[in-house]
Design a binder for this molecule. Structure first.
Ligand SMILES: [Zn+2]
Length: 290
């Protein structure tokens, strides 16, 4: 699943080749069209296929930004601003190509679900193998409340205080620290890979209650998470699973991971263990992490 660094990589590669361009028309795949016809929300959410197609035509892309794991396309039509919000789900990917044949990897080409035909020719394409991603057209963040409920950006000044305050609430104090740091209301954009790495670096057991970790250690843990996220952004993200940036490239962060997906602890050689926390597999070293 793409996490914050991977989404940042998509925004950085997508922005220069899409900002300033105007969408001429939109095509939605048969799979998505027929799912929506029977009332299922598939990829294009909160709007009918017909309305999405007509609303997006003539939309000019002004800029792209990232908020947590969302990509915001700042768009406008007739000088009215809108936000096209994209979440990549498990396997979402964007491509900017001349024709669909230019998408090199078969499985991405076979799962194209939304194609924006640009006024200057060329295509902006959303592909999603498992279809857990979503596209929403809103006037502003306030039109879709989950966007307002996200924790501050982890690199912002208020993020640490927000994290510490949330850890002290009854809701989070008794929960495993791994579940807490992966919760988007507590920290924005820290998913399983980076939570696993940060806890390993800090030698904290993923199942330890948030309330049983001292404030000093929590501050250190937060800074470690930020460091890991920044390191991964610099490495272009991790290419675990189906993440690709718009050039079909994956990052190299997976080569730097110390614990995620490992059988043995690189520090002490002990066999790693795993347990399920909040439905996600949590790998840890039983000897180093307490
Ligand atoms: Zn170890």
């Amino acid at each position: 699943m793409p996490e914050l660094p991977e989404v940042e990589g998509v925004v950085r590669s997508l922005a220069p080749v899409s900002a300033g361009r105007t969408i001429h028309s939109v095509k939605i795949s048969e799979t998505v069209l027929s799912a929506k016809q029977i009332g299922k929300e598939a990829i294009v959410k909160g709007i009918t296929s017909e309305d999405f197609i007509s609303e997006m035509a003539g939309m000019k892309i002004l800029a792209l930004t990232r908020r947590s794991k969302y990509i915001y396309f700042h768009v406008e039509r007739d000088e009215e601003p809108y936000l096209l919000v994209s979440h990549l789900g498990m396997t979402g990917a964007w491509f900017v190509v001349d024709t669909l044949d230019d998408i090199k990897e078969d499985r991405f080409r076979r799962h194209v679900h939304v194609t924006f035909e640009m006024a200057d020719g060329g295509l902006l394409v959303y592909s999603d193998i498992r279809r857990f991603g979503e596209l929403r057209l809103v006037r502003a963040e306030s039109d879709y409340p989950p966007l307002l409920e996200m924790a501050p950006e982890p690199f912002s000044d208020e993020a640490l205080q927000h994290f510490l305050a949330m850890c002290e609430t009854p809701k989070y104090a008794r929960k495993p620290i791994k579940e807490v740091i992966m919760d988007g209301h507590v920290i924005s954009g820290c998913g399983n890979i980076y939570a696993t790495e940060a806890l390993y670096k800090m030698k904290i057991h993923p199942n330890r209650s948030a309330g049983r970790i001292s404030k000093e250690r929590k501050i250190e843990l937060f800074r470690t998470i930020v460091d890991v996220l920044q390191e991964s952004i610099r490495a272009g993200g991790s290419s675990i699973s189906d993440y690709r940036n718009i050039n079909g490239e994956a990052g190299t962060m997976q080569e730097r991971l110390k614990m995620y997906g490992k059988k043995f602890c690189p520090e002490c050689g002990t066999g790693t263990k795993s347990l399920k926390i909040a439905g996600r597999t949590s790998v840890y070293c039983p000897s180093c992490q307490h």
